[in-house]
Every structure is written in structure tokens, then in C-alpha cells.
Design a protein around this ligand. Sequence first.
Ligand code: FES
Length: 424
Amino acid sequence: RNIDVSGLVDHEGGLLDRAVFTDHSIYAQEMRRVFAPSWLFLAHTDQFKKPGDFFATFMGEDPVLVTLTREKKLKAFLNSCRHRGARVCRADFGQTRNFTCSYHGWSYDLDGKLVSVPNEAGYPESFERDDWGLVEVPHIETYNGLIFGTWNPSPIPLRESLGDMAWYMDAMLDHDDDGTEVVGGIHKWVLDGNWKLAAEQFATDWYHVNMSHASALMVMSPTGKGPRDEIVHRTGRQYVDPNGHGAGFPVHTKNRFDAKTVHDHTDYTALRERLGDARVEGPLTNGHATVFPNFSYLPVNGSIRIWHPKGPDKMEVWAWTIVDKCWPDEVKQAQRLYNLRTFGPSGIFEQDDGENWSECQAIAAGFITNGVALNYQMGLGSEREDGRYPGTTSELYSDAAGRSFYARWRTLMNTPAWHEGDAR
Ligand code: FES
């Protein structure tokens, strides 16, 4: 039933088989062995202010409902009625006391407890409501405003699974003690393409920027000279995490949030004191990153997003804009608009990326094409610890974090998960 994927990922040689993007059995195994045991991003804490606030999302392809209980505890449940399996909540988000299934009317409270059953007298005496509550996600943890959950009954703690990646994440999440909040709505759009195409690019791929985004960079260039002046000659680093996370960032001493209003408002001296020079001169205002498996972010834009898998050749992108809570409203709105123009669903950079992923996916299933390996060899052997950045880093233009992403994927795909029991 499970496929040994060792032959599909050669992370030491930098080769990848395209079956990882197209094979339906591999995709089903990903749901069992990559998504089910991993910490998965659910929502931002700012979405839960009052008891009864809820948000519907997915863990892999499983629908889940995140709630804030009366005791102000964050919980998450499988959004599937225990009676015949309908979704108990079809709204995207909102505020409620109970969730009443619209099929036959079973009702669940914010703790997932079954509290009302129409015609309950018709059930046998052995029927106990307590036995038929919503299935709860066993572990929920937060990190600087980001809520993650896992189905794994005995996971390593979230903070430990983030490892040194947390240092890079804090360049976006920890500008001051007030933290971040969500501004505007959550954009959702569907793309043709395997979820890993997006996740690996955000972990590792600065290489595409000059080519794929050339016209966008020309439009955005303050000098009008285009990408050659703006990006090509930049140097930088790429963080390579043993758990498959990755982050790439140009390094520059010139601090700059791209949205002018945000830049003008920013106290870079205070940020240097809090975060240190190394983080301010790179991870703070540049780059992109992925927390394995499918959560990514763009610090300079305030964009956080998740790549929901929807089959081997489709993904749904959900994207939030987050800002520092302490910013004045006009600064928050400036960041929101800047993010929408660049990385909203019709943003000038986002359009380029989606086009590339769909293009790679469109031809990957061809019989001959599928057997031709892909190259992830840039920066082979360049990984090192240099003391300025936590953990292992590579060159800015490198596939190192991509190789690490697929090495982690390979390990999980070849490791029986807790739910396989003796059948492994
Ligand atoms: Fe929910 Fe029947 S499926 S009450």
C-alpha cells in the first residue's frame, strides 16, 4: 500500500523525479505520512477575540473547525458531523454558540460536544451523546501569533520542530511586544499545480526572481532601470533547516520596507536593538520562507499563506496580510494595499509565480516527460555554519533548502505514521 520513495528523491545528488507531483498513490500517501503527523498552520490568533469565534480551514484535505471556547481556549475539530458526515459548519468564519448540522440537525458546542439530537428518543438506550462529539485535533500550539495543529498524538513540541527557523520567523513576527494582527480579509484562490511546487519555491528559490519577475521588477523599480540594478547583483543567504523549512533573503545594509508609508514609519534603530543587525539587514525586509510542509510567508509584504493540497495537480492558496498591531491605521492599510498589488491573487508577482507552477504541472504527467528527472543541484556542497546566522545556510541563489525540503519529505513518506499500527 505504501510506496518506497527513496528512488524518487536524490537529495544528495540534487535530482527529483516528477512522479512526486503527479502520482495519485504518492499523493494519498502524503496525506497519511506527511500531513497527518506534521504541525500544520491553522490560523492567526487575531482571528479569535471572543468566545465563539470560529474559522473553517483544512489540514491536508481534512476540513477542520478552529474555535475559541467559553474558557477562551483554542480548539480544533474535524468539520464533519458524526451522524452522516456532512460539514457541521459551512461558513468560512464567524461567531456562534453552537454548530448545528444542516442535514438532520445534530448540534455541537464550542468544545465539540454533541449537545442536541432531534428525536433523540428514537435512539437505543446505549446511545450516549458524549460518545458522538466532534473528533478533536489532539494538539494545538501557537508561535508568535501563528496557530498550528497536528493529528499526531505524540508530536515533538511546535517550538522544537521549528528549531532555528523561529529566529528567521521572528524577523516578521516579533518587532515589538504587541505582536501582529490580521488586516483585511483572507484571499483564497485555486491554482493548477502540486502544492510542493509553491512550498519549495518559497523555501529555496531566489533564482527565479530576476527572470520570472523581470517585468514586475521593472515596473516597481524606483530608478526605472529594472531588475539589473535592483536585484541581480545582490548577495544574500538561504537558511537550510533539517526539518525541511527554508528561507532566502538578500543581505543589504540599506533598510527598506517596500511600501513607502511602512518604511517611513519604521524605527529601524529600535528593530536593530531587538532583532540584531543580521536579521534587520536581510530576513526583516526581504525574501520568502516556508515552514514545512505548506505554510509560507513574505516578510516585506506581511503576507502569510498556506498551500492547501487539492489533489496531486491542484492547490488552493489562502493568503492573509499581517501587520504590527501597534502601527497606525494608515500604515496598516498601506501595507495591505502593497501586499495586494504584489502578492494578492492578481498581484504582479503572484501572477508570475502561479503561471510557472501551472506550466510545470501541465506537462509533468506526460509519459516520457514524467521519467525525466529535475535538477536541484545549484549550491551543492555550499551549506555551512558561518556564525552570523543560526543553523546552516547556503548561497542566496541555491537549491540547498529545496534539497532539504525533499529530504524531509522523503523521510516522512518512508516512515510509518502512528495510525498505521501493526499494519505498517
Ligand atoms: Fe449531520 Fe445528519 S449528517 S445531522
